[in-house]
Structure formats: C-alpha cells, structure tokens
Design a protein around this ligand. Structure first.
Ligand SMILES: *Cc1c(COP(=O)(O)O)cnc(C)c1O
Length: 426
C-alpha cells in the first residue's frame, strides 16, 4: 500500500472488502455499541489485550476506515477522527498538555483556534505565545522551560502564509517539542507536513476533504516520530491513573500519543465523529486529488484576474508571483496552492461589505473548501469578536475579502464578481 500514490490510497486504503460482506462502498455502521462474545472477551477488549469494538465514542468500523485512509494519505502511523476540526485541536492539546504548560503558535491561525489558545486554554493554566511565523527563528526565540509544543497551519487561514516547515520542524526537534501542523487548507493532495518533519497533523475534514459542505469532522494524524520519553512528558512515561497504570510510552512506543488520544481523549472529552459523517467524508476523500487540482487552477486564474481590476488594491494568493510567499509556495506547494484568495478593495470596510452582499454564484457564508464558491468579509463576521489588535495579528484587515474558489466555470465566477464590483458606490 505504501508505494501507491495518493489518488489510489484515497480510494482504497483502510477498506478490506472481505470484512464488509464484499461491499464496494464503505458501509455505515450506525451502531453505538457492539455485542461481546462473553465476559472474558469484553474484559480483553477493555484491557486492550485484544483488538475489537466496544462503543462508538471510542471506535467504529466506518470511522476506522476513514482513520486508516487519512493516516495513509498523510503518511502517518495512525489517526483518530473527531466530531470537528476544533475537537481535533482541543483533544490533541488536552491529551498532551497540563496546567502550567506553554505553547508557541504561529499568529496566523484560524479564528476559532486563535480563541482556544488565546482565551479558553489560559483559563486552565495553558498559555500561548503567538509569533510571527514568517521568521522561523521566532519559534526558537520564544522557547521557555515549560514550552511543550509548536502549533502552526501549513497554509494559514486567512493570511495564506506558507510556513517554512522544514526549519520550524528542525527547531522543534532540537528543542524536543512536537510540531503540530493544521493542514486543513493545503490538504494532503498538495502538501504532506510529515514529509517536512511534522509530528502530528490536524485536519478539519469539514473543509476540502469532505468538500461538499455536508458534514463536520476532524482528524488527528500521528507520524509516530516524536520521542515522548525525554522527560518533558511524564504523562507518557509514568503509570497513567486514567488507565489502570498503563505506561503509554512503554506499552505503545511510537503509537503512545495516538493511543492516548483514543483511550483517554475520546473517552474523557467525548468528541467522537458520527459514523454517518464519516461515510460522507469518505466519499469526499475519494475525489480529493482531482478536486484540489481544479480548486487550485480556478483560484490562480481568478487571482490573476483580480490583480488587474481597478476596484482592487491588493491580491494575496501564494501562487501569484507578486506574493511574499511565492518562493515558499514553489517549495512546499508545487502541485497547486489551494482554493483560498484574499484581496483588499478600494473603499475599505463598506466596499468589502457591498461586494459580499451582491454576489449570486458566490455564497456569503462562514466556511471554506466547498465545491461551491464562497465569499466572506471576515472583519464583520468570523473575526468580529477579536479586538482590532488581534484581528491585525491574525492578518485580517477591514478591507479584506476572503474567497473560497469552487469548481464552477471560471468565467461564471468572474462575471459574478464583476456584477458585485459594479454595486460599489464611488
Ligand atoms: C475550519 C477550520 C478549523 C476548525 O474546523 P471545524 O471543523 O470547523 O471545527 C480548524 N483549522 C482550520 C485551518 C480551519 O479552516
């Protein structure tokens, strides 16, 4: 399997048809629980001495296929799927961190993630230093005794900054902290963070991987490359009171983290994915490769068109030669730069709102990565709750419009924007 290319893995990995009555499609196992053969069988399952299903919060045969397939396409050893991308992030962090620990994160993050790190986790004694990730040395500069993890997005949403993962991961390795990379915007069809040294990959499956805007989901994928036994992470080397004295590192070796995510993360935090959503996300994953090529092609074409519009002040798309991230994008995203574009309109906040209110092909909504084109004005919507300073930190300015370019005909997209531009009062 490992020699196969992504489009093949995305269609086949993780599904053994002999275990599903020969069904070619992955069936939906819509069951909360599983009948044990007898009490001894049940005891073995709970003791982890025999593989099998117990309860859908912990594992499920439909989710299992999705987990194996995602691990395969990202090049990880195993994965756990969750109810949303946000559940993936909070579960991953809460499984590895405790009160008193410190995170270093890129300041260019999805709004929800920024709030988790900036507001919610500090209430539990877990603090974050946000750094300008365009200089990877900043991660090294902010290191403290209690720093336990680096958190970044491979292609930041909505700043669309491409991170130099090779350098950041080198720093993480030398400082003995794991590097978590949220790869939602790039997707494994365009970039594999594990190839560049990431230890853990996060996805909001809600976006491109499902692709149709029909189901929320998330995933945590473990490269199995981080050494949890350095002394920085006693939770992995001391007997766990949460699982009758299991010493994760000794019992599970490279799989210590992802096992703890399932055994304690899903059990105690409860962010399990519905098997029905897993089924839908599997359908999306099957066509990811071909969709990402088209999303990228359409977005590059539209970005070039926007650069020549008189209503537009600036266009940010990593595939443009004018982009600050064009060099890094050539290195990390040679197959395509995904479907997000941001641009600034003359006339600022009011013009941006007018455009967002006057498209008909582009839908005004708070999502990305749909087959259908989407538009939003973050300063009045997704990033409205952030202070002006925090908006600036995450790269959101009042004139900024974010587009998520879908799979429509490119001429129809240009026409739609042209009509919306004509409504701006000058
Ligand atoms: C949407 C998104 C998330 C959160 O995912 P949900 O599935 O909406 O919870 C996290 N990271 C990035 C980059 C996202 O775009």
């Amino acid at each position: 399997m490992s020699d196969q290319k992504l489009p093949t893995k995305a269609l086949h990995a993780g599904h053994d048809t002999s275990l599903t009555q020969g069904t070619r499609a992955v069936p939906i196992y819509q069951s909360t629980s599983y009948v044990f053969n007898d009490s001894e069988h049940a005891a073995n399952l709970f003791a982890l001495s025999e593989p099998g299903y117990i309860y859908t919060r912990l594992n499920n045969p439909t989710n299992d296929v999705l987990e194996k397939r995602l691990a395969s396409v990202e090049g990880g050893i195993a994965s756990v799927v969750t109810a949303s991308g946000t559940a993936a992030i909070s579960t991953a962090l809460l499984v590895m961190l405790k009160s008193g620990d410190h995170i270093i994160a890129s300041s260019s993050l999805y709004g929800g993630t920024f709030n988790l790190l900036n507001v919610t986790l500090p209430r539990f004694g877990i603090t974050t230093t946000f750094v300008d990730s365009s200089d990877p040395e900043n991660f090294k500069k902010e290191i403290k005794e209690n720093t336990k993890v680096f958190f970044v997005e491979s292609l930041g949403n909505p700043k669309l900054d491409v991170l130099d993962l090779k350098i950041i991961s080198k720093h993480a390795k030398s400082l003995k902290v794991p590097l978590i990379v949220d790869n939602t915007v790039a997707t494994p069809a365009l970039l594999n963070p594990i190839e560049h040294g990431a230890n853990i990959v996060i996805h909001s499956l809600t976006k491109y991987i499902n692709g149709n805007g029909t189901a929320l989901g998330g995933a945590i994928i473990d490269a199995g490359t981080f050494d949890w036994s350095s002394g920085k992470f006693p939770e992995f080397t001391n007997p766990s009171p949460g699982y009758h004295g299991l010493v994760y590192h000794d019992a599970l070796g490279p799989a210590a983290f992802i096992a703890k995510v399932r055994i304690e993360g899903l059990r105690d935090l409860g962010g399990a994915l519905s098997p029905f959503n897993a089924f839908q996300i599997i359908q999306g994953l099957e066509t990811l490769d071909i969709r990402m090529k088209k999303h990228s092609e359409n977005a590059l074409c539209l970005a070039k068109w926007l650069e020549n519009r008189k209503e537009v002040n600036w266009v940010n798309y990593p595939g443009l030669s004018s982009s600050n991230f064009n060099l890094l994008s050539k290195k990390y995203l040679p197959k395509g730069q995904s479907g997000l574009i941001t641009f600034g309109v003359k006339g600022g906040f009011e013009s941006a709102k007018t455009i967002a209110d006057n498209t008909t092909v582009f839908s005004l909504l708070a999502n990305i990565g749909d087959t259908k084109s989407l538009i939003i004005h973050p300063a009045s919507t997704t990033h409205q709750q952030l202070s002006n300073e925090d908006q600036a930190l995450t790269g959101v300015t009042s004139d900024l419009i974010r587009l998520s370019i879908g799979l429509e005909d490119i001429e129809d997209l240009k026409n739609d924007l042209e009509i919306a531009f004509s409504k701006i009062k000058s």
